[in-house]
Design a binder for this molecule. Structure first.
Ligand code: ATP
Length: 251
């Protein structure tokens, strides 16, 4: 079976700054891969290259069997993303913004698709509000609706529950689990929320200064570091102690 995502030797430099270095991983259809790392670790830069928004300095990205560098238009309609860093136009209402995307993706009945998503993600009462006047949490929900509008087979999520209160955050996580179950979508999730990563991800890549410094399923990582939570594993990696070139967990 072809992997839905296949990333090989990905590298991105901005002048002197090496933002992403030698990142390789793959994800089979239906799997969820987590990107974990502190501020500046390279998560957003990696996602931007997977979307074709940034051109890699080196390496390759295959999505659903297509090389993103040469064949991106074959695959962009089948993927989508949400990111707190991308703002929708403020003056348009939520419905107007989402309609633009529904039309762009060629939905046969764009208005019905927007109504359906607003209903599913429980923000029907926001449809006629100006997008710029929404709270951060409301924007996050609308951004998720935008990400799901074309029923993506590959979904890239940068901090999907940022700014959500715990109850709404939990609701979004359940929604994503349900979406994955219904569609077998492949999800790449960058998050600072360790509980979220532990719950949703089959595989986790731990990033530090642009590199993947450890990887495995949440259970494997917990066992390897002898920790109870991914948060503790994360702290071990963030406060690494090196022996030669080997990364050793801090006891
Ligand atoms: N356009 C740019 N020009 C110069 N440097 C950049 C640019 N974009 C990112 N960087 C640098 O690349 C590195 C990785 O940044 P990136 O945004 O990918 O990290 P991140 O893991 O998403 O961090 P955060 O958790 O804070 O969002 C950082 O050192 C950042 O300053």
């Amino acid at each position: 079976m072809t992997d839905a995502l296949e990333v090989s030797g990905l590298r991105k430099t901005f002048g002197e700054v090496v933002a992403v270095d030698e990142v390789s991983f793959s994800a089979a259809p239906g799997r969820t891969v987590g990107l974990l790392g502190g501020n500046g670790a390279g998560k957003t830069t990696t996602i931007s290259m997977l979307l074709g928004l940034l051109t890699p300095t080196a390496g390759s990205v295959q999505v659903l069997g297509h090389d993103l560098a040469t064949d991106r238009y074959a695959v962009l309609p089948r993927m989508n993303f949400s990111s707190p860093y991308v703002d929708l136009p403020h003056r348009l209402t939520v419905a107007q913004n989402l309609l633009v995307y529904a039309e762009l993706y060629g939905e046969p009945d764009p208005r019905e698709r927007v109504r359906e998503l607003a209903d599913r993600l429980q923000f029907t009462e926001l449809l006629d509000r100006a997008t710029g006047k929404l709270s951060a949490g409301q924007k996050t929900r609308v951004s998720l609706a935008k990400a799901l509008i074309n029923r993506p087979e590959v979904l890239l999520l940068d901090e999907p529950t940022a700014s959500l209160d715990p109850d709404t955050g939990d609701w979004v996580r359940r929604y994503l689990e349900d979406y994955r179950e219904r569609t077998s979508a492949t999800i790449l999730l960058a998050s600072h929320n360790m509980g979220e990563v532990e719950r949703l991800c089959d595989d986790v890549l731990m990033m530090r200064r642009g590199r993947v410094v450890d990887r495995g399923s949440p259970a494997e990582l917990l066992a390897r570091y002898g920790r109870q939570t991914l948060e503790d594993v994360f702290l071990d990696i963030a406060r690494e102690r090196r022996s030669g070139d080997r990364l050793e967990p801090v006891s």
